[in-house]
Design a protein around this ligand. Structure first.
Ligand code: ARG
Length: 414
């Protein structure tokens, strides 16, 4: 007699993962399906929905708390100013954490396979499988493999009497965690539609409250305190989401290029991420040299792209982090941001590592710094632009107007 076939399903209790349960038995021949929901800070109602749906389906349900680990990853992303096309990567950063947690449960529970309810169009299938395909377990994607549509799923659920009605999703597809809330679907898919105000849950319409100053303390690039109060990663992020959300800070309405090349319209809310990323960049502006800042932009962009792909374990990532960490040794200090009318901007910054000398930059001092005086700049000023002046004095190769042609040797630059 063959051993029982058991599969661990990434389970949210939504339509996709609910229809996966009978399909995994009927179409894939599993004897047992277990549902795993990983807590990365989604609203309480989602766990209740997952629990109830799992009960109704007769599926054993596991909830894994990964909030601390996820929050640490979010704060690490701040050290790399991680933004992809304007999106601070909440969903993307959460997926490897969720995938690892589900894999752990699957191994613990002696499963033979792992399954998710992602479609074949999105990013999440790739992010989950990048982690899972490194394990000895089979990977199954029923929605993609069976070519399911939402319409088919709804009909099938009705036929089978599956518990899908009254889902908390409403007409949009929402993905919410500590770092960001994504709102997709329905009329929002059309890039020319202006979103209704009711798509937002974390951010109030700007203008309802007086402007406010918030001071963020960084230690080696990592946010450590808000207004002088040291906070753990989860509390720090949750607190700032509430504080900055009241000012309407952190809304993004954008076109996003997915990994497979599809362009999609996306709406996000991410108040804490906006505050922390703004403050962090302002502090880097104070403590890093010009060339460090310029090179770091390239490193940060690569970091964000790898994170978007869900490849946080890529060897390139380790190398990029080596550079990022080396720069963050000096990113210690405080930044004050002003929250006002939907915007967050840095208004003050301080650090013991500031690459800044008041006497050097001041117009009031006679000497510049050390023994360097103003007159020392004269030689620099004479050379500055020398090459451009020389080049511009020569005839451009494609100038066909003979009159502008000059055969004279240019004057000695002075
Ligand atoms: N496009 C984003 C990403 O791939 C977020 C997707 C969120 N999913 C959703 N159903 N709202 O990271």
């Amino acid at each position: 007699m063959p051993a029982t076939k058991k599969v661990a399903l990434a389970f949210s209790g939504g339509l996709d993962t609910t229809v996966c349960v009978p399909l995994l038995k009927e179409k894939y021949g599993f004897d047992e399906v277990i549902g795993v929901t990983v807590d990365v800070g989604q609203p309480e109602a989602e766990f209740a929905e997952a629990r109830e749906t799992a009960n109704a389906l007769g599926v054993e349900h596991f909830v894994v708390d990964a909030r601390e680990e996820f929050a640490e990853l979010c704060l690490e992303s701040v050290t790399a100013n991680a933004i992809y096309q304007g999106y601070p990567l909440g969903t993307a950063l959460a997926r490897p954490v969720i995938a690892e947690a589900i894999l752990d449960v699957a191994l613990e529970e002696d499963c033979n396979a792992l399954a998710h309810g992602c479609t074949g169009k999105g990013n999440d299938q790739l992010r989950f499988e990048a982690v899972w395909r490194d394990s000895p377990l089979d990977v199954i994607a029923p929605v993609r493999e069976l070519g399911l549509t939402r319409e088919w799923e709804n009909e099938y659920a009705a036929e089978q009497g599956l518990p899908v009605e009254g889902g908390s999703e409403g007409r949009y597809s929402i993905d919410s965690n500590l770092w960001s809330r994504s709102i997709e679907g329905s009329e929002l898919e059309d890039p020319s539609t202006i979103p209704e105000d009711d798509i937002y849950e974390w951010t109030d319409n700007p203008g309802g409250v007086e402007s406010e100053l918030v001071e963020i303390t960084f230690e080696n690039g990592t946010p450590a305190a808000v207004d002088g109060e040291a906070l753990g990663p989860v509390e720090l992020i949750e607190g700032l989401n509430a504080l900055a959300g009241a000012h309407g800070v952190g809304r993004t309405d954008m076109m996003e290029d997915r990994m497979l090349g599809l362009k999609v319209r996306e709406n996000y809310e991410h108040p804490a991420a906006t505050v922390l990323l703004t403050a962090h960049e302002a502090l880097e502006g104070l403590v890093l040299t010009r060339e460090q800042r310029e090179f770091k932009q390239q490193v940060d962009q690569q970091w964000a792209w790898k994170a978007y792909q869900g490849l946080i374990d890529a060897p390139l990532m380790k190398a990029l982090e080596g550079f990022v960490d080396a720069t963050q040794e000096r990113v210690t200090g405080t930044v004050t941001v002003k929250l006002e009318g939907g915007h967050c901007r840095a208004v003050a910054r301080e650090s013991e590592f500031a690459v800044y000398s008041e006497s050097a930059a001041s117009f009031d001092e006679g000497t510049v710094t050390g023994s360097i005086t103003q007159e020392d700049a004269t030689g620099v000023a004479k050379y500055h632009g020398f090459q451009s002046r020389l080049a511009n004095s020569k005839v451009s190769p494609d100038a066909d107007d003979a009159e502008t042609e000059s055969t004279e040797t240019p004057e000695k630059p002075h």
